[in-house]
Ligand binder design. Structure first.
Ligand code: WTA
Length: 652
């Protein structure tokens, strides 16, 4: 390790494996070679305004063309000023107008196994009817609609109906507590609540309406509530406030033209975690977001007409917004939606769905992939996965060994993997391999997409040397970027634009290797400082995961008098073994793989790691446990820290 400058991070991981796309894949791809990618990237870099202007004219429908492409008064941006468009029109009407109305838009399967299919024409009709329902209850352009629903077609219908009217949706993942809903409703000033009677989870019925009733008792701005009947459980309906979805739909007409909306009309708010308790509503607007979701979907997933595309994310997260609804639907894709758990009725449910619907593109998260590895290969082996042609990953860094398993076991060695790095704030994918053009390396998100301008800087805002880790920033606006935090411009400035003046601070660390590939090194706050060397969590975790006995690992720093911090590793096992022996073996393994400095002082075995509701490891909580601030009892046997995570209800 070389001498360190302020804010730089050491790297200890060396990953040499390279997987170029097959010739067959490249030949059929939209972007066929590295040279083609580079030409596109350079074109966007030379004149980003011109580049996005052309993209927007060609890939969105305009009721009124825009007159100015970009207004940038840092940190506030406007794209496609003066234009009028509508995201719901782009997702639906545009396909009908182009004669593609009979294409399948949604293939849906419920957890109990019920199935539905909707063409773009049918989806359009449902969306128009529901938009009329919203209108009949007084919803207007600019009103905030709070959505707390299971992963059903109606969730997408509700989002698109809001977009049609220019109402702002705020989707709250249907696992959050009443308190979390009430906080978000209050912050957003939501006027109306959409929910369902309940949902299916691992064969059980959870009552959503009950939770919503508690939330609405503390949400004075919400005057009306529409309830979808999904599971048929008993619910109490408050007269004058609560309405059944199906009853309102019966009377609704399916004639509801999309409202021409200014480009910068808010499209949605999505709450993400903040360091303080107050929810942070990320605000996205219409045209820029819609364009960015569409183009990134087409580039990264190399979408073709015959694809059956499955993104396993719930619409409660940004991935569901951008890559279940707005991206694929603006592109006219056929989207598989699945309501339930991956392990119901058995651990092979995903593989069963892929085989049954002949899914060609699968987009999922590392947390799921690591669970599949733990559950065992025999679940996969039972199924024919030969329809798959492309795999994707999002949400966390993917450990190289998990990547290899995904590549060989799920992809049969033939499917490229797109490891997509992005955030709720970025609206769409920022860095990812283009599967026909860029050779992949396990664990790297490779290169920025056209129009994306990343920088890696130290604490003084200076670019770090090639190979060194630093803070990942973006130095130029892109159409999908957040427009702010709902109702809190100051927090927006403080959070994203102050630490490194003039640049968007992602909050992640990254490094670039000698091939110019990017490697995400985890959150800035998670860096571990051992004897003056700043180490990234993912690299030590990946070394642990490369041991055959390990399923998952999370490492954190623990205060240490001599070294500043010592590494504590929390590990879940694939194979059970004698604890003390394994502990020694894992320490030696890390030492051998990446060096003595990174060897954990303490290894603690757990049956599960604490995760946020979107599946990210909660290192912050583990730090407290390692430092002895959270009591968890006996540490010699298997522990289940998820219990603690559940106590900390709404971290996300
Ligand atoms: C992390 C999810 C490494 C990262 C779309 C980011 C990743 C945060 C990756 C955003 C990836 C997401 N490799 N890390 N491919 N994708 N992350 O807002 O720390 O839920 O800042 O958006 O997840 O999470 P969010």
């Amino acid at each position: 390790m070389s001498e360190q400058l302020e804010g730089e991070i050491d790297t200890v991981m060396i990953e040499q494996r390279l997987f170029p796309p097959t010739e067959q894949f490249s030949q059929q791809a939209r972007i066929k070679s590295l040279a083609e990618y580079q030409t596109l990237y350079d074109e966007a870099r030379r004149d980003p305004t011109k580049f996005w202007e052309t993209q927007a004219r060609e890939h969105l429908h305009w009721f009124t063309p825009f007159s100015e492409t970009l207004q940038w008064e840092a940190p506030f941006v406007k794209w496609f000023v003066g234009g009028k468009t509508n995201a719901s029109y782009n997702c639906l009407d545009a396909h009908i107008a182009a004669g593609r109305g009979d294409r399948t838009a949604i293939i849906w399967e419920g957890e109990p196994g019920d199935e539905r299919k909707l063409t773009y024409r049918q989806l359009h009709s449902e969306v128009c009817r529901f938009a009329n329902v919203l209108k009949s209850l007084g919803v207007q352009t600019g009103d905030v609609v709070s959505i707390y629903m299971p992963m059903t077609p109606e969730l997408a219908i509700a989002m698109l109906a809001c977009a049609r009217l220019g109402a702002v949706h705020s989707v709250i993942f249907a696992g959050f507590s009443a308190e979390a809903i009430a906080d978000r409703n209050h912050d957003a000033g939501a006027k109306i609540q959409l929910t369902s009677d309940g949902l299916y989870r691992r064969g059980k019925v959870l009552s959503l309406k009950e939770t919503v009733d508690q939330a609405l008792a503390k949400s004075p701005s919400v005057k009306k509530c529409i309830v979808l009947r999904r599971v048929g459980n008993d619910v109490s309906m408050q007269p004058g406030r609560d309405f059944w979805w199906h009853e309102l739909m019966e009377q609704a007409s399916d004639d509801c033209p999309a409202v021409p909306l200014d480009s910068e009309t808010p499209l949605f708010i999505l709450y993400t975690s903040g360091s303080t308790g107050k929810p942070k509503g990320i605000r996205h607007t219409t045209a820029g977001y819609n364009l960015y979701a569409r183009r990134t979907f087409e580039w990264v997933f190399d979408h073709r007409e015959d694809d059956i595309y499955w993104c396993t994310a719930d619409c409660g997260w940004i991935t569901g917004h951008s890559y279940v609804v707005y991206g694929p639907m603006t592109a006219g894709a056929t989207v598989l939606m699945y309501e339930g758990a991956p392990n119901f009725p058995a651990e092979d449910r995903f593989w069963d769905l892929i085989e049954k619907y002949r899914v060609t593109i699968l987009y999922t998260a590392p947390t799921a992939i690591r669970a599949f590895i733990k559950w065992g290969d025999h679940h996969v082996d039972k199924h024919d996965l030969s329809s798959l042609r492309l795999l994707g990953s999002v949400g966390e860094g993917i450990n190289p060994e998990a990547w290899m398993w995904y590549h060989t076991k799920i992809g049969g060695g033939r499917c490229p993997i797109v490891d997509t790095w992005w955030q709720t704030e970025t609206g769409g994918i920022m860095m990812s391999p283009l599967p026909g053009a860029i050779a992949t390396k396990p664990g790297s998100c490779t290169k920025p997409l056209p129009g994306v301008s990343p920088r890696i800087v130290d604490d003084n805002g200076h670019d770090v040397k090639r190979g060194r880790g630093g803070m990942l920033c973006i130095d130029y606006p892109w159409p999908g970027m957040l427009r702010g935090i709902w109702g809190d411009d100051q927090r927006y400035r403080d959070q994203y634009w102050t630490k490194v003046p003039g640049m968007y601070l992602t909050g992640d660390n990254a490094r670039q290797d000698s091939d110019d590939y990017y490697w995400i090194m985890g959150r800035i706050d998670d860096v571990i400082n051992v004897s003056g060397h700043r180490l990234s969590t993912i690299e030590v975790e990946s070394a642990l995961v490369s041991h055959p006995a390990v399923a998952e690992a999370a490492v954190v720093g623990k205060p240490d008098e001599i070294k500043g911090q010592a590494i504590t590793a929390f590990v879940t096992l694939r194979v059970e073994g004698e604890v003390e022996e394994l502990r020694q073996a894992l320490k030696m393994h890390v030492r051998k793989e990446i060096g003595a400095l990174a060897q954990p002082d303490d290894i603690r075995f757990t049956s599960a790691l604490p995760k946020t509701r979107s599946g990210k490891i909660m290192r912050r909580l583990l730090r407290d446990i390692a430092a002895g601030k959270e009591q968890v009892g006996d540490t010699t046997t298997l522990e289940d820290y998820t219990v603690l995570a559940r106590l900390r209800d709404d971290e996300d």
